[in-house]
Ligand binder design. Structure first.
Ligand SMILES: Cc1ncc(COP(=O)(O)O)c(C=O)c1O
Length: 456
């Protein structure tokens, strides 16, 4: 804010105009705290009275809120209704019952455990850990991850093979770019699969191609016929059908990858949440040379941490690490060290056990409620994860059901939303239960049943 001492306009008036312009043009946003009159006067080299007068004038005009013994604030309306301000973030219509399938219940996040782990990490970290680090991530974190993944998921990994990433999203972004740069053109996705991931492929210059899925997981015969350069799979719990990749298919998938020299990207996104069956091992453990394994804390802890890990086949490792380096220089070290503390103290598994018990109860309540309110619908994919697939009665129009559900302020998505190709699926809804509190489940399902019947 420059004041001009060579013009005739008094300094207090110049200051008033300058602040008002800043408010009008949106540089000073509603609610922003201005400096105290003493600080601003010192900064501008003027007497305090100049600033007090300018603030008083702006207060009288409604641009500032003046408060006793506190700094002034820019008025909530920005001073005038006509102020040109950016349109604020779009208002998402609120829903009463949220069946979102892709997010956990973030209110379960163990804040205290994380704080404790973070504090321990910060106390123990040498100054060198505050510097730029290895783009693969902190060695301590990679060591702990290698131990955990081997013990719990049957992943074959040394710390050198691991790169810590910002979730599955970044893992595929780096992986796809690397594939495209080495001449790959097409990447296969299970059809149906998570729609956001297809765009990541397109942006990297790859064409996403649909590979059909049935209740035994991805159709490897079709994969062989379509023969993309790489394929993304969710073998432990297919998203969104909930199927598990059958043992014969697992072998066939890895045979295809070996014959073709193709890459299998294994999304182990909700491996920790299984309820009724023994854990399924990873593909990576069977063929580390052809599988790029990816895990994430987005379901177990919170998506906002943006923490995940990859185990990259040796032939791609250097290029993957280079991709990570140029993407962001490495994931935040202190968060990785906090995660390492969470693992070594046993708190991570404790948190997962606690969340698993909550989700299991919610799933059981959901199944009971669906059984009584929608007995004509079959529910599949119930053994693991945070969602189920609800098959609608034959002849149902799933888009009409979703529209009727939205009218009742339910948030729910149709299976068709996750269709990549032009195959037709039987009408179904993808029902997440993580975001419904226990007492909300029965009323939510009654509303859903009303939407199904209104749409039929
Ligand atoms: C199928 C699937 N994979 C992976 C993820 C996790 O992505 P990220 O680790 O980038 O949060 C999700 C979360 O919604 C998911 O639904």
């Amino acid at each position: 804010m420059a004041l001009d001492r060579d013009v005739r306009t008094p300094l207090r008036r110049q200051l008033e105009i300058a602040i008002r312009d800043a408010i009008r043009t949106g540089r000073l946003r509603p609610g922003v705290r201005l400096p105290s009159s003493r600080d601003l006067a010192r900064g501008l080299g003027v007497s305090r009275g100049v600033v007090v007068d300018a603030y008083d004038a702006l207060g009288a005009q409604g641009f500032l809120v003046l408060r006793d013994r506190a700094v002034p604030l820019v008025a909530p309306s920005g001073g005038m209704p006509a102020v040109a301000r950016e349109v604020e973030e779009p208002v998402v219509p609120s829903c009463i019952f949220d069946f979102t399938a892709t997010t956990p219940d973030v209110s379960l996040f163990g804040r205290r455990a994380w704080l404790r782990a973070f504090e321990q990490a910060l106390r123990a970290a040498p100054d060198a850990d505050l510097d730029y680090g290895d783009p693969r991530g902190a060695l301590d974190a990679r060591r702990v991850l290698a131990d955990y993944l081997g013990r719990v998921r049957g992943v074959v990994a040394s710390p050198a093979a691991i790169t810590v990433v910002q979730g599955f999203s970044q893992a595929i972004d780096i992986g796809f770019r690397l594939l495209a740069a080495s001449g790959a053109r097409r990447v296969g996705f299970e059809d149906p699969s998570l729609d956001e991931q297809w765009e990541t492929a397109r942006r990297a210059g790859l064409q996403p191609v649909p590979i059909p899925v049935d209740m035994d997981g991805i159709r490897v015969d079709e994969l062989r016929a379509i023969d993309p350069d790489a394929v993304v799979v969710t073998p432990a719990h297919q998203f969104p059908t909930g199927s598990v990749l059958a043992p014969a298919r697992r072998r066939a998938l890895l045979d295809w990858a070996a014959d073709r020299g193709a890459l299998v990207i294994e999304d182990d996104y909700d491996a920790e949440f299984r309820y009724d069956r023994t854990p399924v091992g990873t593909l990576q453990g069977l063929d580390p040379a052809h599988v790029l394994y990816v895990g994430t804390v987005s379901k177990t802890l919170a998506p906002s941490l943006r923490l995940g890990w990859t185990v990259v086949p040796p032939r791609l490792r250097d290029r993957f690490v280079e991709g990570k380096l140029y993407a962001d220089g490495g994931s935040p070290t202190l968060d990785q060290l906090a995660l390492a503390h969470l693992f070594t103290s046993g708190a991570y598994e404790q948190e997962v056990r606690r969340a698993r018990a909550v989700y299991r109860k919610r799933r059981d309540t959901l199944l009971d409620a669906l059984g009584s309110s929608l007995p004509e619908c079959r529910v599949v994919g119930i053994a693991a994860g945070l969602h189920v697939l609800l098959r609608l009665p034959p002849g149902s129009d799933e888009a009409a059901v979703v529209a009727a559900a939205e009218g009742r302020r339910l948030r729910v998505r149709a299976l068709g939303d996750f269709r990549l190709g032009d195959a037709s699926f039987d009408a179904a809804l993808v029902l997440g239960y993580a975001r419904l509190s226990q007492p909300a489940i029965a009323p939510a399902v009654r509303e859903l049943a009303a939407a199904v019947s209104a749409a039929s």
